[in-house]
Write a protein that binds this ligand. Structure first.
Ligand code: G3P
Length: 215
């Protein structure tokens, strides 16, 4: 499973890129607004750091506007993937963009059959939002499992990005299900690394080593 970072924070991405585990990033209007500055420059910088797929979202609601914005976003860098919301206008835009060779990430997916339609329209990626489904009493990961099953049944090449990840268990379940990618907020990536038994183990090794040196 590939790991993308779900942030537009240049500082975080510069740091996490050094870990050697991040293969792409996903942004959205909320995350870019949190980062501030010129969004074009921010997206370009993320692409330069990661040299992998970086999702940037359109804000138009109509197909023509989405396609126009998508072409502008795609011009920023070869690594840009255009995020398109899962709507009728979005599907029309994905069809046009996929024909033009522009990569798309159909976002705000909340049920498996939406992902089926997105794949049929030519989406490169789909993003089911697991955390937001959990928030309203559904099991977000079930949707991921069903999307993976549908894609396998019919041989779709569309890749599933597990999004709206809120905690390490989401990442574990995504990996067990064979999701292609999980896009994870920096805070959750750090949570995955930390384990109290690791810290206790390091502490004990260091203390024992000091004892040896004292002998
Ligand atoms: O990748 C989608 C993500 O940014 C949404 O996460 O936590 O706002 O539901 P959240």
């Amino acid at each position: 499973m590939k790991i993308f970072v779900d942030t537009a924070s240049i500082k975080e991405i510069e740091d996490l890129a050094q870990w050697g585990i991040i293969e792409g990033a996903t942004t959205n209007p909320t995350l870019l607004s949190e980062e501030g500055g010129d969004p074009v420059k921010v997206i370009k910088r993320i692409c330069e750091i990661l040299k992998g797929p970086v999702s940037a979202e359109v804000v138009s609601q109509d197909c023509d506007g989405m396609v126009r914005e998508a072409r502008e976003l795609a011009r920023i860098d070869e690594h840009v993937v255009v995020k398109i919301p899962m709507t009728v206008e979005g599907l029309k835009a994905v069809k046009i963009l996929s024909r033009d060779g522009i990569k798309t990430n159909v976002t705000l997916i909340f049920q498996p059959v939406q992902a089926l339609l997105a794949a049929k329209a030519g989406a490169t990626y789909v993003s089911p939002f697991v955390g937001r489904l959990d928030d309203i009493g559904h099991t977000g990961l079930e949707v991921v499992g069903q999307i993976l099953q549908i894609y396998e049944n019919y041989g779709f090449g569309t890749q599933v990005i597990v999004a709206s990840v809120r905690h390490p268990l989401h990442v574990l379940d995504a990996a067990l299900m064979g999701a292609h990618i999980a896009t994870i907020p920096p805070k959750v990536i750090r949570q995955i690394v930390n384990h109290p038994l690791t810290d206790i183990g390091i502490d004990k090794f260091l203390k024992d080593w000091e004892k040896l040196k004292g002998k």
